[in-house]
Design a protein around this ligand. Structure first.
Ligand SMILES: [Zn+2]
Ligand SMILES: [Zn+2]
Length: 322
């Protein structure tokens, strides 16, 4: 037996010497069966300094949760956010990575508009002050540690874990906001959407609208005495009753474009002409797809676990170790 073992070892050594790459690949597959090896260090581009820093996966996730969700939110909501943040970055680190990275050599950056925000410990100490820093940072770190290595998958693949601040009562189907129908980004009701400031009223002069949207409302307003005046109409609604397509004097513009160009908080808006101004009343904050952060807070306060929260907002997704 001993000789057989020694023989096998010799054979393995000879094999390794003859085919070093093949042997390495075989060893890698043993470590992580079925999947190619994935890096778990994060190369993060920091906008303020313009440098790329190397972080461990869990340090990166902690800085994202601290940047993306208020520290006073309940632990289960912070845990749900941690799993979403981890899934987001591991999908980028996976074989092939994500294309069109604006920062060559980095996996992600710290600008929330380009993905996920991230804050360093020094930045958090400055934001919170020393006393609150210890309280908040370790609360968030405990939430991250409690979910260490957990990710969201759908049919065995990492999901795109989209999230937003508040939906205003129901989340959106992905195809109502962007082009693609994603099976786990379905509209669900958000029973405990707890955003304390869900509504915003914004009034725009017609000239301002024309400049932003390329419309010609002001011209028709001048002619109101003789003509019909500006006509704004919602042509189509999403399944939750948000405007999807609008018409400004016959020019069709999607609600997401209107939101982007006018800087509205969400596409969950009502629009009305008041004199020579166009008034938008929005509800909720963000694109409305995937996890609703204020809804997650409400569910956590009502006693739901982070697993319940994630499974509520990501239809059919599984939570499993990476
Ligand atoms: Zn960036
Ligand atoms: Zn909500």
């Amino acid at each position: 037996m001993k000789r057989l073992f020694a023989g096998l070892v010799l054979l393995a050594v000879a094999f390794t010497a003859a085919f070093p790459d093949a042997a390495r690949e075989y060893a890698a597959r043993l470590l992580d069966p079925g999947e190619p090896q994935i890096r778990t260090d994060v190369r993060l581009y920091r906008h303020e300094s313009g440098e790329i820093v190397n972080l461990s996966l869990e340090d990166y996730v902690t800085g994202v949760v601290a940047a993306e969700m208020p520290a006073h939110f309940p632990a289960e909501a912070l845990k749900a956010q941690a799993v979403a943040a981890r899934t987001y970055i591991l999908k980028r680190l996976a074989a092939g990575g994500v294309l069109n990275n604006p920062h060559p050599g980095a996996d992600a950056c710290d600008d929330p508009r380009q993905g996920q925000g991230w804050l360093s410990r020094e930045a958090l100490r400055e934001r919170w002050g020393t006393w609150d820093y210890y309280r908040h940072y370790y609360k968030i770190k405990r939430a991250v540690d409690a979910t260490e290595g957990l990710v969201l998958t759908f049919e065995g693949r990492l999901i795109d874990p989209l999230y937003h601040a508040s939906c205003g009562g129901a989340t959106e189907n992905s195809e109502d906001v962007w082009r693609f129908k994603v099976p786990y980004l379905r509209s669900v009701i958000c029973p405990y959407c707890t955003d304390p400031y869900p509504g915003e009223r914004k009034a725009f002069a017609l000239e301002r609208i024309d400049a932003a949207l390329g419309t010609s409302l002001a011209a028709t307003a001048v002619a109101t005495g003789t003509g019909p005046g500006p006509e704004i109409e919602v042509l189509a609604y999403t399944s939750t009753g948000r405007p999807k397509l609008l018409s400004f004097n016959g020019r069709e513009i999607s609600a997401t474009t209107v939101r982007d160009l006018l800087g509205l908080r969400s596409t969950n808006f009502a629009v009305a002409l008041e004199g020579d101004r166009l008034v938008f009343e929005t509800c909720g904050h963000g694109h409305g797809v995937g996890l609703c952060q204020y809804g997650a807070r409400g569910l956590a306060e009502a006693g739901y676990s982070f697993e319940d929260i994630l499974q509520h907002y990501y239809s059919g997704a599984k939570i499993e170790p990476f």
